[in-house]
Design a protein around this ligand. Structure first.
Ligand SMILES: Cc1cc2nc3c(=O)[nH]c(=O)nc-3n(C[C@H](O)[C@H](O)[C@H](O)COP(=O)(O)OP(=O)(O)OC[C@H]3O[C@@H](n4cnc5c(N)ncnc54)[C@H](O)[C@@H]3O)c2cc1C
Length: 327
């Protein structure tokens, strides 16, 4: 199979490569969450000021509005530069922002979208629970309406960047008396609310991005509900659809070289990082990685190009919620 981009896309690649090589952050990526938050948001501000923020966001919401092919080119070049595939901005840019565009109201869009693009805030995702991972609809964190507020009690787990997040996309059970997919609500939670307790989880690669989040009578204005009370499952499916498409292209492209780095890494000093830390946590690579056109990228390139093609195809449009809304 021959994978080739059109000339116009290759010229766009050149523009992206030049900008990234001149502007991508250099130096060692911080190991602490606070440090990551600081550099990730500074990088977002830099992209915002240069007109590269929200490459997949429509222009009407302040984004760059790139075509799917251009997004793919951007992600490939981004991966090549050695920047991390997921950082503290991931949920805001790839989940919360697009969900508010597709399912939120005007007040919610005005309140949050520009703040995300400007790099002022970090969002996290409060979906998974100890007994509700793959089976997300089984979640038990309760949300009870009291006046014009939702009072939330329960626990989430695997919440990336919770300890440094300003906002959370939170999925709670508001009606226990209906089939489980029908009693959920998607709500914007202010992480500074009283009653929230964030407890970090240390992972075997020395990361501290994950946390458990406990809620004890946390009061959230009903105005923060997105898509309506008990209609959260449908909103959550919109959120998760934004992860498909191009959101993970950087990881796909970086995986083959990172795997070969890892196979050389035996817990001793790493050739890539020089400090014994996992190559998966480096940022940025001292030298550019292999060109995205190399055979090492072929499998991920084929699958993503195929997804991009399906999303562009008029015949398929309308069969999938993610085709109708931005990613
Ligand atoms: C890097 C990373 C970041 C994450 N960040 C977040 C976050 O920010 N917010 C958040 O809410 N969640 C987050 N998650 C959690 C992720 O969404 C969970 O891993 C997911 O919810 C799965 O839940 P679990 O780990 O409890 O696995 P389980 O649901 O217990 O599944 C364990 C295994 O059993 C398999 N399995 C489950 N059910 C069945 C079945 N019926 N039949 C056959 N096999 C089955 C699964 O495929 C899996 O292999 C993150 C996960 C990762 C890896």
């Amino acid at each position: 199979m021959h994978l080739a981009f059109e000339e116009v896309d290759e010229s766009f690649r050149h523009e992206v490569r030049t900008w990234l090589s001149e502007n991508a952050p250099r130096g060692r990526r911080p190991r602490t969450l606070k440090g990551m938050r600081e550099v990730d948001l500074a990088w977002q501000r830099q992209q915002y000021e240069a007109g590269w923020a929200g490459i997949a966001w429509p222009e009407e919401f302040g984004g760059r509005g790139l075509s799917l092919t251009q997004q793919l080119v951007w992600q490939e070049e981004y991966a090549r530069t050695g920047l991390p595939p997921i950082d503290a901005r991931f949920v805001g840019l790839n989940h919360a922002g697009p969900t508010l565009m597709a399912r939120g109201n005007d007040a919610q869009r005005v309140r949050h979208l520009n703040e995300i693009l400007r790099g002022d805030v970090v969002w996290c995702q409060g979906f998974s629970e100890p007994e509700a991972g793959s089976d997300l609809a089984s979640l038990r964190t309760r949300g009870e309406i009291d006046g014009d507020e939702l009072v939330v009690t329960g626990q989430k787990i695997w919440t990336s960047f919770a300890a440094v997040a300003d906002w959370q996309e939170l999925l709670v059970r508001t009606n226990p008396n209906v089939p489980k997919h029908k009693g959920l609500t998607w709500v914007i939670c202010d992480m500074a609310s009283s009653g929230i307790d964030v407890r970090p989880i240390r992972t075997m690669d020395r990361g501290e991005d994950f946390a458990e989040v406990f809620y004890d009578d946390v009061r959230i204005p009903l105005a923060n509900v997105v898509g309506g009370i008990d209609r959260g499952w449908s909103v959550a499916m919109s959120t998760l659809s934004f992860e498909r498409g191009t959101a993970f292209t950087v990881s796909q492209v970086q995986l083959p070289p990172a795997s070969s780095d890892l196979s050389r890494w035996r817990g001793r000093e790493s050739p890539s990082t020089g400090d014994g830390s996992s190559p998966m946590r480096r940022w940025p690579n001292a030298s550019p990685g292999p060109a995205p056109t190399s055979p090492r990228f072929a499998p991920s390139r084929i699958s993503t190009s195929r997804a991009t093609h399906i999303r562009r195809s008029p015949a398929r449009r309308g069969q999938c919620s993610s085709c109708k809304t931005p990613n």
